[in-house]
Design a protein around this ligand. Structure first.
Ligand SMILES: Nc1ncnc2c1ncn2[C@@H]1O[C@H](COP(=O)(O)OP(=O)(O)OP(=O)(O)O)[C@@H](O)[C@H]1O
Length: 290
């Protein structure tokens, strides 16, 4: 089967399968095969097969310790710990300049500047102010002797304004509040202007209004700039409302994946989280309450 034919088959199946995301525009981002991550004898992740989609907002949900961050790190190809052994393959499908798909490894995508990342534990003990930290996002594009140009600085200020941080632009990053640091980490990643963004619990420390703003912002990045978002979330209501594709994880494995309606059933979630979960349909979407 040629790559072109494979993609068109995927698009057809995306329209009919409950495993596929909501949008009929879904195309393949990557294929995971036999991915296993181990720490000694302990298996942290075991994913025999999983397909992820481009130009979609995919969320990874599941209880603490399920393996969500480990999977995201694997997608970055940096488990970040020499004791962890990773086996299996992750093949990204990215378009060539003529639009036809070609395959890539996570490592080559990072070096090409196609993936940006916000982790759970970003480093803020740095002698930088807020604007300088935001501009770290463009540092991979600069030679050692260059400083950010006017356009890059203007863009950083615009993003700081949108994320309500502009009044703090001269403030040392180490002194920011938890929510301000979290928003700044997202701004730094957005400054990288990559096709793919991986965000591990980006709503951590955010109040309810900023959580909603962030998810709305990410959703618009997908719909208007056709970015690919892979996001770990704990808030089931937000995951249901904003995701195109949901990957539910438990005990180092993928339990279910597909559209939110398909994956996030009351019965399945109650079983995985080991607590009764009620759902309520409101004019503003479905609420999940434990
Ligand atoms: N370096 C490591 N060595 C040993 N065990 C590890 C290591 N890193 C992670 N783990 C274990 O792997 C499991 C999965 O961790 P992971 O961080 O992927 O979970 P998670 O789903 O992201 O959890 P949370 O929602 O709490 O952030 C956990 O049991 C964790 O303790």
């Amino acid at each position: 089967m040629t790559a072109d034919l494979a993609t068109s088959c995927l698009e057809r199946s995306a329209m009919s399968s409950p495993l596929a995301p909501k949008s009929s525009q879904a195309t393949e981002l990557c294929h995971i095969h036999n991915l296993q991550v181990c720490a000694g004898q302990k298996k942290l992740l075991d994913v025999p097969h999983l397909q992820l989609y481009a130009k979609q907002l995919t969320t990874f949900i599941g209880p603490n310790g399920a393996g969500k961050s480990t999977l995201l790190h694997s997608l970055l190809n940096c488990t970040g710990h020499t004791r962890l052994k990773t086996t299996g393959t992750i093949n990204y499908v990215m378009a060539n300049t003529d639009g036809s798909p070609h395959r890539n490894t996570p490592h080559s995508l990072i070096s090409q500047g196609k993936i940006a990342w916000v982790g759970q534990h970003e480093q803020f003990e740095l002698p930088l102010n807020v604007l300088q930290y935001a501009l770290l996002g463009v540092s991979p594009q600069l030679a050692w002797y260059q400083t950010p140009n006017v356009a890059q600085t203007t863009k950083a200020r615009e993003l700081l304004h949108q994320f309500e941080l502009i009044h703090l632009q001269d403030r040392r990053v180490s002194g920011l509040s938890g929510g301000e640091k979290q928003r700044l980490a997202v701004v730094r990643a957005l400054m990288q202007d990559t096709q793919i963004l991986l965000l591990d619990e980006p709503t951590n420390h955010l109040d309810i209004r900023h959580q909603r703003f962030l998810l709305q912002y990410l959703k618009e990045l997908v719909s208007t700039a056709h970015k690919t978002l892979l996001v770990v979330l704990h808030d089931l209501t937000l995951a249901y409302r904003y995701s195109d594709h949901v990957v539910l994880m438990d005990k180092s494995a993928v339990v279910a994946h597909g559209s939110p309606e398909h994956v996030m059933t009351q019965e399945r979630l109650s079983g995985v989280y080991q607590t009764p979960i009620e759902t309520y349909d409101t004019p503003n979407g479905r609420l999940f309450v434990s």
